[in-house]
Design a protein around this ligand. Structure first.
Ligand code: UDP
Length: 409
């Protein structure tokens, strides 16, 4: 499998992965998150676990199980970590801890390296075996969300757990906190060979257009994301409405539910109401495994938006850039790391800014094409899955050998 990436991804990443696997082969590496499908974390794990196995690492992926109450609490934690004021009670934190405790019984956490994704399963660290606290077993907390300006009480509650890990990984340097453990910055990545990103034939693209009843008669503007206020779907509709006065176009808002995101349905209804009965706005709710369909929607679009007002990284941006699409994104979280303003797309700060840039792309197809091509190369060098595997293995290996001089490794 990993061989198939040769010629697509940077050669240096493959060489480093090979070297690291010489040292780590046969060791166990477990990832824990809170949903099998929906959202960027599941998207990466679905692809990364088989690749790690192919490399000879004994990789496993476990999913924390919770009920509706748990996910309502953890969504509030998520929102508060991204800066929203939310009401918390002591009972809620107890419930959060209790669900983690119950999961400990079903999840085998005995591994050489344990990577816990996001706040939902963070408390599992409390159940780490005493014997694994010393020695070479490594526990890493991987934060995918924007914790630059969290509501402080919520962060301090979570921090109790985070400080027990060997290290923490953030997606963007400004998210890193002052912690007494090692901290690393690792940007997420996309898989160029997955159904989400592989090349599609025109026929495959057209079939998806027909399946969703999307005529290809005018330029298409697209945003793919969970129905979440931080993704600003209403702002996208407002930008489209401004553009529509001057440039005839269609808007597609495509989203899917995620089991760990209970707010999706309410926001989808708001978005539907707001869109009214404009026949050129297509709101698509897709099951989370419709990767080829999302791929085709991205490929049939002329301009792709990720107009978030808070964002962890925003994988959809790299997905669009890999397909050589001109992109416009909110200047938040990891989006400016992907969009080099004026070179690989535009970052924007308002609805009006988004509308202005959409029109600029629609009216200058040569510029849009050039930026799309730049975008693909930028993703190739920075945001493909092999680079992220390289980073995870490096952090694991360095943590195992902490204190040793680099020449001894
Ligand atoms: N996604 C999808 N179907 C949808 C909406 C999103 O497959 O209807 C995928 C999208 O292609 C991307 C991931 O879910 O791979 C979203 O990751 P991102 O980092 O953009 O946002 P998150 O949901 O993790 O906040």
């Amino acid at each position: 499998m990993i061989r198939q990436y040769s010629g697509i991804v940077p050669k240096g990443d493959l060489l480093l992965i090979q070297k690291l696997c010489d040292k780590l082969k046969g060791k166990s590496f477990i990832h824990v998150n809170s949903t099998r499908e929906g959202g960027g974390v599941a998207e990466i794990l679905q692809r990364m676990i088989p690749l790690l196995k192919d490399l000879g690492i004994d990789a496993r992926w476990e999913v924390l199980e919770g009920d509706a109450t748990f996910f309502e609490i953890t969504k509030k934690i998520h929102n508060a970590l991204q800066g929203n004021r939310e009401k918390f009670t002591k009972k809620m934190w107890e419930y959060y801890y209790e669900v983690n405790r119950k999961n400990k019984k079903n999840i085998n956490l005995n591994a050489d390296a344990v990577l816990i994704h996001d706040p939902q399963p963070a408390a599992l660290i409390d159940f780490r075996r005493k014997s694994s606290r010393s020695g070479k077993k490594i526990w890493i907390w991987r934060c995918h969300i924007d914790v630059a300006h969290p509501v402080s009480g919520v962060w301090s509650n979570l921090k109790k757990y985070i400080v027990q890990y060997n290290s923490a990984i953030f997606s963007v340097s400004k998210f890193a906190k002052s912690l007494p453990i090692d901290e690393f910055i690792v940007t997420p990545s996309i898989d160029p060979l997955s159904d989400k990103n592989r090349e599609l034939t025109d026929r495959e693209i057209n079939e998806v257009g027909e399946q969703f009843g999307i005529p290809r008669d005018k330029p298409i503007i697209l945003q793919v994301s969970r129905f979440d206020r931080f993704k600003d779907p209403i702002g996208v509709i407002n930008a489209y409405k401004i553009v529509k006065k001057y440039n005839d176009c269609r808007l597609i808002l495509a989203g899917s539910p995620a089991t760990d995101d209970p707010e999706g349905e309410a926001i989808l209804n708001e978005v539907r109401d707001y869109a009214g009965n404009d026949p050129d706005i297509h709101i698509l709710l897709l099951p989370p495994d419709k990767h080829k369909e999302i791929n085709a929607l991205q490929r049939m679009s002329d301009v792709i938006l990720q107009k978030s007002i808070k964002e962890g990284f925003g994988l959809t941006v790299s997905e669009a850039m890999w397909k050589e699409k001109p992109v416009i994104g909110g200047a938040v979280g990891g989006i400016p790391l992907q969009i080099v303003h004026g070179l690989t797309g535009f970052v924007v700060y308002s609805v009006e800014g988004a509308a202005f840039r959409i029109r600029q792309f629609l009216n200058n197809p040569d510029m849009a094409k050039r930026m799309g091509q730049e975008g693909r190369e930028y993703v190739r060098n920075n945001f493909l899955i092999t680079r992220q595997i390289r980073d995870y293995l490096s952090i694991w290996y360095c943590s195992m050998n902490k204190g040793k001089h680099v020449l001894e490794l």
